[in-house]
Design a protein around this ligand. Structure first.
Ligand SMILES: NC(=O)c1ccc[n+]([C@@H]2O[C@H](COP(=O)([O-])OP(=O)(O)OC[C@H]3O[C@@H](n4cnc5c(N)ncnc54)[C@H](O)[C@@H]3O)[C@@H](O)[C@H]2O)c1
Length: 390
């Protein structure tokens, strides 16, 4: 069984779908691993390290895909890449199925069984395979560190002979995986942290990290599988009214609110940004799906009324080493689950494969989220942040 690790060609993508450590484990599980030269370069994994781990290095994209039974990728393949994937191969990576119908049809035409990682069910058994969580956790950390580096003041309280500096105020909107990691990071830096999420279930998690959870008097809801449900415009309007003062008071605002497959809800309006002080910083982790902040410009950093607004599209690509390491471990865990007696075979009756398989037997079998059955197992708690503060 041959696994192919191509170099990612999407502009800005710095990650790679296997690192030397996971290559060695794949070899141990009985796979032959073929890596395209330079595939790990942007994440600082050298060709030599891949060879030492047991990979075969090849120079071109066509050589890496040729004869591969399994293809590991980060970004969805381009039309040119699809044409290089062996018919009957299994592709594992992000597909962004909700917006990539033409890609799925091309993969179906080619006969490539496709596993879309963004659709992984959020059940306990799948936690070790969950790339959205592993990448969101890094994004939450980096958002705070980035904001701190752009802020015009320090974060912790400091008592010096020259006077006392109060701690910075950080407000986190959305307390899912990224938001909870952002809270933990901001607390570690010494900030006073407040957070809000539409899912009241996260209140205790927020508090256990030492942050204040804002209870706002509006009814909210939780959707399927632990995800947030899309809230109506009335709710969002009321939310903005109630949260405006907290945004205004903050030195840093980190927004992480996303609805899978939908445009991100608007939480911070232009008017709210105008009320923030000169020198404050907003990091909008939902920039890629429309942004939670009205003035975010996706893919760039802007100054709006003296407030720095960071709209980096794919934050995990700014920490490519750890992002690749965790992403590739997720893939290794997924694929290893379906190796029995040295043979790799997907179990299409398994909830994990049922949830993620979007192309099978030359047909697109993707079901948009609202048409999907609820997961049978209880949704596990979101994080393993390790430390807790009171
Ligand atoms: N395998 C597992 O069991 C597993 C893995 C990961 C996550 N989870 C669960 O799924 C949850 C969501 O995961 P995620 O972080 O990927 O979510 P996400 O990236 O889809 O959303 C981020 C957060 O934004 C919040 N949000 C949405 N609209 C909002 C609004 N208008 N105002 C404020 N907040 C809003 C959501 O409730 C969520 O907490 C986790 O917290 C966890 O409970 C389970």
């Amino acid at each position: 069984m041959k696994v192919a690790i191509p170099a990612e060609i999407t502009p800005g993508e710095t990650r790679v779908a296997a690192v030397p450590e996971t290559v060695a484990k794949l070899r141990g599980a009985g796979f032959e691993v073929v890596v395209q030269k330079g595939a790990g370069e942007s994440a600082h994994f050298s060709d030599d390290d891949y060879v030492k781990a047991g990979a075969v290095l090849v120079g071109s994209a066509s050589d890496v895909y040729a004869g591969a039974d399994v293809v590991f990728k980060v970004q969805p393949p381009t039309t040119e890449e699809v044409a290089l994937i062996d018919q009957k191969a299994v592709l594992v990576g992000y597909v962004y199925a909700y917006k990539n119908q033409a890609l799925m049809e091309a993969l179906a035409k080619r006969g490539v069984t496709t596993i879309a990682l963004e659709l992984l069910p959020r059940i306990s058994r799948a936690q070790s395979m969950d790339t959205l969580s592993s990448q969101a956790s890094l994004a939450g950390y980096k958002a705070v560190v980035l904001a701190a580096s752009k802020l015009d003041r320090i974060i912790p309280m400091q008592m010096t002979a020259a006077g006392t500096l109060p701690p910075a105020k950080v407000f986190i909107l959305g307390a899912g995986v990224a938001g909870l990691q952002a809270i933990a990071t901001a607390k570690r830096l010494g900030a006073v942290v407040e957070a809000f999420d539409v899912r009241p279930a996260v209140k205790e998690e927020v508090q256990s990290l030492g942050a204040k959870f804002l209870d706002i008097p509006i009814e909210s809801a939780e959707g399927q599988g632990g995800y947030a449900k899309e809230q109506g415009e009335e709710y969002l309007k009321r939310q903005r009214e109630l949260l405006g003062d907290r945004v205004e008071a903050a030195d840093i605002v980190i927004t992480t609110a996303a609805i899978p497959g939908r445009k991100a809800p608007l939480l911070v309006t232009k008017e709210m940004v105008q009320r923030m002080r000169n020198g404050a910083v907003i990091v909008d982790l939902a920039a890629d799906t429309g942004g939670n902040c009205e003035v975010t410009v996706a893919g760039t950093e802007t100054d709006f009324a003296g407030v720095t607004v960071v709209g980096i599209r794919d934050m995990p690509t700014t920490v490519p080493r750890h992002a690749s390491l965790t992403y590739s471990k997720n893939l290794l865990n997924l694929v290893s689950t379906y190796v029995k007696d040295g043979v790799f075979a997907l179990d299409f009756e398994d909830e994990i494969i049922k949830g993620t398989c979007v192309v099978r037997d030359s047909k697109v079998v993707y079901q948009p989220p609202q048409a999907r059955p609820a997961p049978s197992t209880e949704v596990a708690s979101s994080t393993n942040l390790g430390e807790k503060e009171n």
